[in-house]
Ligand binder design. Structure first.
Ligand SMILES: NC(=O)c1ccc[n+]([C@@H]2O[C@H](COP(=O)([O-])OP(=O)(O)OC[C@H]3O[C@@H](n4cnc5c(N)ncnc54)[C@H](OP(=O)(O)O)[C@@H]3O)[C@@H](O)[C@H]2O)c1
Length: 287
């Protein structure tokens, strides 16, 4: 297949480029060569590349900044998605798009399934839900993949942030009242490949398996990295008082993905170990 990835320099987009290039002809478009909030720019890109499938890995992902930069956030996460969906519908191209656990309010205590009621708690979640609606209403063939707590080789992420803070701070306060599932973007990219190659459409939840709080995640990152002289202290979201409200429970039920593809997502601790060895190799190469 000829695949066009929008946002191919982002954390997930760059991983998708690598994964999909193994079996397909892949092109990428990102800022500055394209701004997906421009309908004409999107149409021009799709017309000139003529892909069989388009993947939208762009997003305005700074969850706290979304609270004050609402217009920009909705332009990318909702309006831009609508543009791509309408163009793909008109040209008969399937569109793969990503959404988030933050479309749910987190009041449940069991993993969210694809058809569960959406009720976002913050502007980022609202904008992503609006993007989902525009994608579905456009009527193009689509694959909508909700994922959560991503980390990967490129871009800012929680694992790198904890390792960086551990270099200077002997004590780290990390919230223990938000539960989810950390997901390695390399594993998610493999799953996207299986879904695309299997011809699947509709909504899928895809994360690594298992669950933890950010506090438990931070403890595991340090322990698995052999950093034993930094203390991690559990704290609460109230004490941290970040601009955007976060869901207390955002574990996604990924059974549909397993049922339809036959591929199980590995446990988050196993994926984390792989990622940490990738980071160690980077450090070795630099020194
Ligand atoms: N990160 C997570 O924890 C997480 C969790 C759940 C779901 N997701 C979803 O997963 C997808 C990928 O996220 P990610 O973490 O890989 O995001 P990311 O690293 O922030 O990458 C997004 C890419 O989109 C680009 N972009 C932003 N605005 C654009 C525009 N107007 N036109 C064209 N490109 C634009 C960004 O460029 P700049 O860097 O120059 O802005 C960046 O290269 C998103 O749909 C996100 O909502 C992410």
């Amino acid at each position: 297949m000829k695949i066009l990835i929008f946002g191919h320099r982002g954390m997930l987009g760059s991983e998708l480029m690598m994964r999909l290039q193994a079996n397909h002809e892949v092109a990428g478009q990102d800022i500055p060569e394209i701004d997906i909030t421009s309908y004409d720019a999107c149409r021009q890109a799709i017309l000139s590349i003529k892909p069989d499938l388009a993947v939208n890995a762009t997003a305005f992902t700074d969850v706290d900044a979304c609270e004050t930069r609402r217009e920009e956030c909705f332009a990318v996460n909702a309006l831009g998605v609508g543009h791509l969906a309408l163009i793909c519908r008109d040209m008969g191209i399937k569109l793969v798009h990503f959404s988030t656990d933050y479309v749910f309010n987190g009041r449940r205590k069991t993993p969210y399934a694809e058809e569960d009621f959406c009720d976002p708690l913050n502007v980022y979640g609202l904008s992503k839900l609006e993007g989902e609606k525009r994608l579905q209403e456009a009527g193009c063939d689509h694959l909508l993949i909700r994922t959560a707590w991503l980390y990967g080789k490129n871009g800012k992420n929680f694992v790198r942030a904890i390792l960086a803070r551990a270099e200077t701070d002997p004590v780290l306060d990390v919230v223990d009242d938000q539960r989810g599932c950390p997901t390695y973007s390399a594993d998610l990219s493999d799953a996207v490949g299986f879904l695309i190659e299997g011809g699947h459409s509709g909504i899928y939840h895809v994360t690594n398996s298992g669950q933890c709080t950010w506090y438990e995640f931070a403890c595991r990152i340090l322990k698995s990295s052999g950093i034993l002289d930094v203390e991690v202290r559990p704290t609460t979201s109230d004490k941290l008082a970040r601009p955007a409200c976060r869901s207390p429970y955002s574990v996604l039920n990924c059974e549909k993905y397993f049922r339809d593809t036959g591929h199980a997502m590995r446990h988050w601790t196993e994926a984390l170990n792989d990622y940490l060895s990738v980071i160690r190799k980077e450090v070795d190469l630099k020194s």
